[in-house]
Design a protein around this ligand. Structure first.
Ligand code: BGC
Length: 432
């Protein structure tokens, strides 16, 4: 009897506690595109830290590398009046959404935590729209990362290639030994990611910006663009012309199974390899993609909060503060493969791959190149059109580099006319 009473009191207490915490927990729907096993772990860590603060993270994950699906779902949800409270949104797309007046301004959070003093200047610019902070940045990915299999390289006495000429020599050796040199996919965004790496290697950040940020027709016609296109075709040639369309985690698995000796991919692949049982600096190592050793081709992940329903505001602000706080930055980036967006992070606490990335990025805008594919360089419509054009060239061997350059030039002229308001379109480009 007594035992029963004690039990029921405990039951009541538990129910009360539960009710209390449920009351405190403001559920926030979080739309993002982190669905691979390692991405999931990083997202779960953020959700757990949010829960510690009484915020319930209601996961709305949309599969699709580089956020292709997530971008579309977000648009349709907003149009249907069903915007999530929090959304992964990166690069120029932040300005596009902010222009529509849909994003919560979080200046008070940024001010109180001194983001201005703590963040790298490039990050601060990315999250600021018309002098207001509208996004919380979480990590910087290095898109020009070369992963190589250490055992295969040691066995065949190959040094990590620093230039594309080195790469060709390494590729010949590997092929002769019956090993596929590079794991890659014909998926459009992955092809374009390889291409932006090739452009950077052929030129450097200044020309890269002229091509992908300014979308200058003269840059499209330049010999350096022709060389990058030609190199893309050579790389395709190594696979006998038949490249499968694999998702990026599949490409990482191909590399982990030793079916290929190298992989050029954003450093989000690093924890995916860890998940496959590969140990960094033992089984594999990172280097900058050939010809890009001095540069940092970046994709910065961030979250925005949708304004409109002010009941969510306290939790949204709490979440923004949490995401940029040092403990969360350290835990999350270690799991995600990216590096902290903060300049006061300690590189000594990072692994070799992250340390090289963070140190390169810290050198500033002169060595940084904004990834086209990952929305850092230009608006969504231009980006999609450029990716489609590069993909078309990649798939059809009859298209010459000169023809692809001509088509890119036509696209650029059209984009520029649109930016000048020739079609009465809203322009976010001119302000950047
Ligand atoms: C994001 C990464 C993500 C990758 C693959 C990039 O756009 O910045 O966080 O892991 O896409 O989907």
């Amino acid at each position: 009897m007594i035992r029963l009473r004690v039990r029921s009191i405990c039951g009541l207490l538990a129910a009360c506690l539960f009710a209390q915490s449920a009351q405190a927990a403001a559920p926030l729907q979080v739309l993002h595109w982190w669905t691979s096993p390692s991405e999931r772990k990083a997202a779960n860590a953020l959700a757990a830290r949010a829960a510690d603060e009484g915020i319930e993270w209601r996961d709305a994950a949309i599969p699709g590398g580089a956020g292709l699906g997530a971008g579309k779902v977000l648009k349709s949800r907003v149009l249907a009046g069903d915007a999530p409270e929090v959304a992964q949104m990166i690069g120029v797309s932040i300005a596009e959404w902010a222009d529509l007046g849909l994003l919560l301004e979080i200046d008070n959070v940024a001010g109180a935590a001194n983001w201005n003093g703590a963040l790298f200047p490039t990050i601060q610019t990315l999250i600021t729209h018309r002098k207001h902070v509208v996004a919380a940045p979480v990590g910087i990915h290095r898109v020009n990362t070369l992963f190589y299999n250490r055992a295969l390289f040691a066995q065949l006495r190959i040094a990590p290639p620093q230039s594309w000429a080195d790469f060709e020599a390494a590729a010949q050796k590997l092929k002769a030994a019956g090993v596929m040199p590079l794991a890659f996919s014909s998926e459009a965004w992955q092809v374009a990611t390889l291409f932006e790496n090739l452009v950077l290697a052929e030129s450097g950040p200044e020309f890269y910006r002229q091509l992908f940020v300014k979308r200058d027709p003269a840059a499209a016609a330049d010999q350096r663009t022709a060389d990058a296109l030609q190199r893309l075709r050579t790389i395709k040639g190594w696979s006998g012309g038949a490249v499968d369309e694999r998702s990026w985690p599949d490409v990482a698995r191909q590399f982990a199974r030793r079916e290929a000796a190298m992989m050029i991919m954003g450093d989000w692949a690093k924890p995916e390899l860890r998940d496959q049982g590969m140990v960094l600096d033992e089984d594999f190592a990172c280097a900058a993609a050939p010809g890009t050793g001095k540069y940092h081709l970046y994709s910065v992940d961030s979250f925005t909060m949708f304004a409109g329903d002010y009941r969510y505001m306290p939790a949204q602000e709490k979440m923004a503060r949490l995401l940029v706080s040092m403990p969360v930055q350290l835990e999350y980036n270690q799991l995600k493969g990216s590096v902290p967006v903060r300049r006061d992070a300690d590189p000594a606490r990072m692994d070799s791959c992250a340390r090289a990335s963070w140190t390169a990025f810290a050198q500033g805008a002169a060595v940084q190149a904004p990834s086209l594919v990952h929305r850092m360089a230009t608006d969504e419509a231009s980006r999609d059109a450029i990716i489609a054009e590069i993909h078309r060239y990649f798939l059809d061997d009859r298209t010459t580099p000169a023809e692809a350059q001509r088509r890119l030039g036509v696209l650029f002229r059209l984009f520029n006319l649109r930016s000048q308001g020739a079609f009465g379109a809203q322009d976010t480009d001119r302000r950047r």
